[in-house]
Design a binder for this molecule. Structure first.
Ligand SMILES: O=C(O)CCC(=O)C(=O)O
Ligand SMILES: [Fe+2]
Length: 514
């Protein structure tokens, strides 16, 4: 389980990369570019076709006068007119034709394509996009055949998937050591091969033998050597190498990438994310909270208790549309990918634990109106929870795109650090959902079998510690399910225990650093 990312991490500030998963506008740009390039390709083909047409006409024009010569060449050449024609034609025409044949065609279209290459997604961006689909497939248990029909978690998306898409997903599953899923995906990729497109595969440098080899390798990893042999034997180019390849795969077993570089999506968590998971019916109720603070007597908020132990409640309609819009406006320029130190590569890299953009609030560069809305939200948190909100409160806006998720984690640190020494650990969490997510993106509490969908204006509040003892409560293990459709924006605010020292009768440090 990962620990929450903290304010102390360094963050990259260079050229902001495109956010294809999060930003519809960035994806739209790609789609429009793709359309432009397809018309460019059609234009290029037309230019080539014009030349082909002219060449065919030339061949026909040159062939016609010779037609009469077939089988009676001597007679033909005894005609002085024919002889003259032949000599003149051979002297002049072929050199002109050579000039024409050499003339480049469609150079403008080739340059156009080349110049647009700077706008193509990078290797990293493409990996991110593939990993996003990997998370959706794994969490929502999407079968390859479902993917082809665009069926995800019980919803129909009007889409399908190509051979190359399947192969690239299969390769990622393989890299991450999910050999069974990889094999399913690769086998499905082979089913999708369309003989009509053989020449297209050639141009796109797609070798079906690569799919067969990777599939065989997965089967070896799963100790299914006989099936691996059959797979290799099924490809004409691999038949004679099959034994050598099998020995190679047997002797060089695959090492999946290190677990730190992979998302952690255990089955217990995934099951809660899926649409058929229903929270256990509780006998807890929904009521208006008018008691926590005097403010609530004037403006009661609809409150729903989700769990009494640990204490988890939901409030509805806490933030107004104007407040949400204001928070989003002031945060937009601050959003960055969170990065963590990757010990293996010895560099900062984007975290696979949480695939989203984040911004710490409030920020020094924020305008007056931005600061005001953040302060108003802090006050609202106090009114809801009755807890003391420090003026150095940590609050983070998190924005997830498709496939965006947060690995299961505890919000407390359970380590000794300057923050925990000064303010204690994170005793409670307040989570504001700023939008409705069309599909996916719920918050899931694994141990409690509890799912909380992202719904605009809703606030989730829970204690990470037991009330009496301040023992860290491991039942609060939770994460964010991958978003399937749309984006998800939340505000996370963590309330520290030592900030409460004047309102709590006694303080105990609980079961720390266990
Ligand atoms: O996005 C979510 O639903 C969960 C966020 C979360 O766990 C956190 O910010 O600590
Ligand atoms: Fe959390």
């Amino acid at each position: 389980q990962s620990q929450n990312q903290t304010r102390t991490e360094t963050e990259t500030s260079s050229n902001p990369p495109k956010e294809f998963m999060i930003s519809m506008a960035d994806r739209m740009e790609l789609l429009l570019l793709d359309r432009e390039l397809i018309s460019n390709l059609v234009q290029y083909a037309e230019k080539l076709q014009e030349k082909v047409d002219v060449l065919q006409r030339c061949a026909k024009a040159m062939r016609t006068p010779l037609q009469a010569s077939k089988g009676r060449e001597e007679e033909y050449l005894s005609n002085p007119l024919h002889s003259f024609q032949l000599i003149r034609h051979m002297h002049e025409d072929w050199s002109h034709l050579e000039k024409f044949m050499r003339q480049p065609v469609g150079q403008d279209q080739i340059s156009f394509l080349k110049n647009k290459a700077t706008k193509f997604p990078s290797v990293e961006e493409t990996e991110d996009a593939t990993e996003a689909i990997y998370r959706i497939i794994l969490t929502y248990n999407v079968q390859p055949a479902d993917l082809d029909q665009g069926l995800i978690d019980g919803m129909h998306y009007n889409s399908s998937i190509s051979v190359k898409d399947c192969f690239s997903l299969g390769s990622l599953f393989f890299q991450w050591g999910e050999y069974g899923k990889a094999a399913e995906m690769l086998a499905y990729s082979l089913d999708q091969v369309n003989p009509e497109y053989y020449s297209v595969y050639d141009v796109l440098e797609f070798e079906s033998s690569e799919v067969f080899m990777l599939l065989a390798r997965c089967l070896v990893e799963m100790d299914m050597e006989e099936d691996a042999r059959t797979t290799l034997m099924a490809h004409p180019a691999l038949v004679e190498h099959s034994e050598r390849l099998l020995t190679l795969y047997r002797n060089t077993r695959h090492v999946p990438v290190s677990w730190e570089l992979m998302p952690f999506l255990p089955e217990e968590f995934n099951q809660i994310c899926r649409s058929w998971h229903q929270n256990k019916p509780s006998r807890l109720h929904c009521r208006y909270n008018t008691t926590t603070t005097p403010f609530l007597r004037l403006a009661p908020l609809r409150m729903e208790e989700l769990s009494l132990d640990p204490y988890i409640v939901v409030y509805h309609n806490v933030l107004s549309d104007a407040e949400i819009a204001e928070v989003e406006r002031v945060t937009e320029p601050l959003l960055k990918r969170s990065v963590v130190f990757d010990g293996k590569e010895n560099k900062m890299s984007t975290s696979k634990k949480r695939t989203a953009l984040g911004a710490w609030l409030p920020d020094d560069n924020m305008d007056v109106s931005g600061r005001a809305v953040i302060q108003r939200i802090f006050r609202r948190i106090h009114e809801l929870t009755g807890l003391i909100i420090n003026d150095r409160q940590d609050m983070q806006l998190i924005k997830y795109g498709y496939g965006g998720h947060y690995d299961i984690h505890f919000d407390y640190f359970n380590t000794s650090s300057p923050i925990t020494k000064a303010r204690g650990d994170r005793m409670a969490t307040v989570l504001f959902y700023l939008n409705d997510v069309k599909h996916g993106g719920s918050t899931a509490f694994t141990d409690l079998q509890l799912k909380v969908p992202s719904e605009r204006g809703k606030v989730l509040f829970w204690y990470n510690m037991r009330g009496e003892t301040h023992d860290l409560d491991s039942r609060t293990l939770h994460g964010a399910c991958p978003v399937i459709d749309g984006t998800k924006t939340i505000l996370s605010c963590w309330i520290h225990e030592l900030d409460q020292m004047f309102i709590q009768p006694t303080y105990r440090s609980g079961n720390r650093h266990s």
